[in-house]
Design a protein around this ligand. Structure first.
Ligand code: NAD
Ligand code: ZN
Length: 360
C-alpha cells in the first residue's frame, strides 16, 4: 500500500439512509483506509463532482433495480489518487494523478461484453453511487483500471460532468448513424446531458433541433450551437413542428435525454424514414411503446445507449479539453445537494450543478 498524504479517519459525505429517505450530510462518515485497499483498488480525494439526474432516480428508487443502502450517490467526480492498494501490478495511474470517477466503477474486463468494449453491461460491473458508494464524499474508494485520467487543459469542475453526461451523449450521438449535415433532435436539450449533446452534435457537423422548455434553456442551447428550438410545453403539434423544422421529413436521429416517458412518445412518428431513436433518459417505471407498423415501414432503429466505455470517456474528455465542448455549470457546496435534487425534480436546473468540496 502506498499513500500520497495522511488520510483522515472520517469525512464529510451525503448519505441516503434508505431508499426514498431524505438525504443526510454527515461529518463522521468513515474514510476507506489505505491498508484495507485490495490490489487494484485506490482511494481518490475528491475535488468536485457533478450531480446527474441518475443520482435522484437512485435516491428515490425509481428503477426496477434498487441502489444499495445506505448510499453515497454521485458518479461524475474528479480528484487526486491518494492511495493505491498494496501489491497492485501495472497500475495505469499513480499517486498524485488527477482522475475521474464515472458511473462504471469497475468491470471484469474479461467477459464477452468487456472484451467487445461493452464493459458497461459486464455482469460483474460495479456502479458508482448505485452498487458501490460514489462521489458525494470527500474520499472515494475506486479501482485503478477504471478511473479516467483527466487530460491537461481542462479544469476539474469543467471535466466533472463530462464523465457521465458528456460520455453518455457523446456515445449516443456516435452510434446514431448521423453524418455531417444530418438533422438530430435533442429532447431534454437544456438539461445536464442535453446541453452537452447540443455541443457534441454541433462539433460533429450535425444540425441540431433542441427541445426543452423555458427562455433560459432556449437561450443556452441556441448559444451553444442549436439551429432550431421547440418548447415542449408550448407546441400544439410536436410531430408537425419537428418535421417542419427539419426539411419536412423529420430528423435523422433523436437522442432522448429527458427523464420522462413523455419525451419518447412521438419519436417514431416524427423521425425521418431510416431514422434512429437513441434511448438515453431513464424515466421511472416507463416503457417504450412503438407502433410496430410504422417502426417497420419507416425502417426505424431503436437503440439503447448506456454511458460509455473507457475509450468513449477518453474521447469525450479529449474533445472537451480541446475546447470544442464546455459544460455550463454553477458550483455549490455538498450541502446544496438536497436543493439540487429539488431543482432537478422540478426541471429548473439549466445545464449542470457541480459540487465543489472546497466550498463550505
Ligand atoms: P436533467 O434533469 O438535467 O435534464 C432533463 C431535461 O429534460 C430537463 O431540462 C427537462 O426540462 C427536460 N424535459 C423534461 N420533459 C421533457 C419533454 N417532454 N421533452 C423535452 N425535454 C423535456 O437530467 P440529466 O442529468 O440530463 O439526465 C437525463 C436523464 O438521462 C435521466 O433520466 C438520467 O437518469 C439519464 N441518464 C442516462 C444515462 C445513460 O447511460 N443512458 C446516463 C446518464 C443519465
Ligand atoms: Zn449520470
Amino acid at each position: 500500500m502506498s499513500t500520497f498524504e495522511p488520510i483522515p479517519k472520517t469525512m464529510k459525505a451525503a448519505v441516503i439512509p434508505s431508499t426514498g429517505a431524505s438525504l443526510v450530510i454527515r461529518d463522521d462518515e468513515p474514510v476507506p483506509q489505505p491498508e484495507d485497499l485490495l490490489p487494484g483498488e485506490c482511494l481518490v480525494k475528491m475535488d468536485c463532482t457533478g450531480v446527474c439526474h441518475t443520482d435522484l432516480h437512485a435516491a428515490k428508487g425509481d428503477w426496477p433495480i434498487p441502489a444499495k443502502t445506505p448510499l453515497i450517490g454521485g458518479h461524475e467526480g474528479v480528484g487526486i489518487v491518494v492511495a493505491i492498494g498494496a501489491h497492485t501490478q501495472d497500475s495505469p495511474v499513480k499517486l498524485g494523478d488527477r482522475v475521474g470517477i464515472k458511473w462504471l466503477a469497475d468491470s471484469c474486463l474479461d467477459c464477452e461484453s468487456c472484451r467487445k468494449g461493452l464493459e458497461q453491461v459486464c455482469l460483474k460491473g460495479k456502479y458508482s453511487g448505485f452498487t458501490v458508494d460514489g462521489t458525494f464524499s470527500e474520499y472515494v474508494h475506486s479501482y485503478v483500471r477504471h478511473v479516467t485520467p483527466i487530460p491537461d487543459g481542462i479544469g476539474s469542475a469543467e471535466a466533472a460532468s463530462i464523465l457521465c453526461a458528456g460520455v453518455t451523449v457523446y456515445r449516443a450521438i456516435k452510434y446514431s448513424h448521423c453524418s455531417i449535415g444530418d438533422w438530430i433532435v435533442l429532447p431534454g436539450a437544456g438539461g445536464g446531458l442535453g446541453h452537452l449533446a447540443v455541443q457534441y452534435a454541433s462539433a460533429m457537423g450535425l444540425r441540431v433541433l433542441a427541445i426543452d422548455t423555458g427562455a433560459d434553456k432556449r437561450d443556452l442551447v441556441m448559444k451553444l450551437g442549436a439551429e432550431k428550438w421547440i418548447d415542449f410545453k408550448e407546441t400544439k403539434d410536436l410531430v408537425k413542428d419537428i418535421q417542419d423544422a427539419t426539411d419536412g421529413l423529420g430528423p435523422h436521429a433523436a437522442v432522448i435525454t429527458a427523464a420522462t416517458g413523455k419525451a419518447y412518445e412521438q419519436a417514431i412518428d416524427y423521425l425521418r424514414p431510416g431514422g434512429y431513436l437513441m434511448a438515453v433518459g431513464l424515466p421511472a417505471k416507463a416503457s417504450l411503446s412503438a407502433d410496430i407498423f410504422f417502426t417497420v415501414t419507416k425502417s426505424i432503429s431503436i437503440l439503447g445507449s448506456y454511458v460509455g466505455n473507457r475509450q468513449d470517456a477518453r474521447e469525450a474528455l479529449d474533445i472537451a479539453a480541446r475546447g470544442k465542448v464546455k459544460c455550463y455549470f454553477s458550483t455549490k457546496s455538498l450541502s446544496a445537494l438536497k436543493e439540487t435534487y429539488e431543482g432537478l425534480e422540478k426541471g429548473n436546473i439549466v445545464g449542470r450543478i457541480v459540487l465543489d468540496f472546497k466550498r463550505q
